[in-house]
Design a protein around this ligand. Sequence first.
Ligand SMILES: Nc1ncnc2c1ncn2[C@@H]1O[C@H](COP(=O)(O)OP(=O)(O)OP(=O)(O)O)[C@@H](O)[C@H]1O
Ligand SMILES: [Mg+2]
Length: 319
Amino acid sequence: MIPASDTVPGAPALRIRDLRKTYDNGVQALKGVSLDVLPGDFYALLGPNGAGKSTLIGIVSSLVNKTAGEVSLFGVDLHAQRAAAMRLMGLVPQELNFNFFEKPLDILVNYAGFYGIPRGEALVRAEEELKRALLWDKARTMARTLSGGMKRRLMIARAMMTRPRLLILDEPTAGVDIEIRRGMWQTLKEINAAGTTIILTTHYLEEAESLCRNLAIIDHGVIVEQGPMRALLAKLDVEGFLFDIDGELPRELPQIEGATLHATDDHTLDLDMPRAMDLNRVFAAFEAAGIRVRSMRTKSNRLEELFVRLTGNHAQQAA
Ligand SMILES: Nc1ncnc2c1ncn2[C@@H]1O[C@H](COP(=O)(O)OP(=O)(O)OP(=O)(O)O)[C@@H](O)[C@H]1O
Ligand SMILES: [Mg+2]
């Protein structure tokens, strides 16, 4: 389908430079975002509500006009060669948007027809995609009778009909239960293993952790963290504890090498320390400073913790 001359060998699957978007109402949704997603990658775009994730995806999929910046897919400039760039990508929007009164097979074949794929070829692809989505036995039943999870998988199967080299999913698992989510992760892993680059936006840190090799965390239209998932998790090799203190805290808190300690209120101390560090050192330092610990507890989920730290307290996670 795609003339080889259109794409540039070795170019990133998605390259974004200094992307900016100001909506008509003055909201600056993107304030200069740059990122590269390499071919074959599984990449997560994480961020709280209103961070700018959908705006970014909207621009990449030509649904939203950018204010400034550059976007290219596999070396094809989105602005200069829009049609060629669009043929390289598939989009799975957040909302279900197929006709519930059609059958999955027809939904896929008609979609392919819209992209100029001949019917014979479309039928072959539809069978393949429906089988991969574990929906082949539902190919000829009314779409509205599919379960929630099946409907989501149908959205992915449809996007795959054009054999996109880059598949972009905007919160593909928002609001679906954990079992359905896990099933979809499996489907996405298979698609990625077969060579398709995947970018997804999500609120679920667990989802990014289990699927993605690289990620960017975006907040208020700015990238606040970017890099390999592994590096991010290594950074998290820190343990956090909260100590309830009996009596008064000393005016000067003890210095504990390698750890950071601060008081969150008159009787609570918050400590971050490397996982390998010995807690006895902490207790020794407390004792020397006359601090009496009444009880202690670990802080909550480490990835969540980091996310909140990076994006501020407004970053309420969707449960
Ligand atoms: N069409 C629009 N007109 C005006 N402002 C908009 C429009 N779409 C989005 N915004 C604003 O741009 C900012 C970014 O929104 P966007 O939808 O990109 O965030 P998001 O990260 O996808 O959030 P969510 O996780 O809630 O889907 C928000 O302040 C939002 O209110
Ligand atoms: Mg969104």
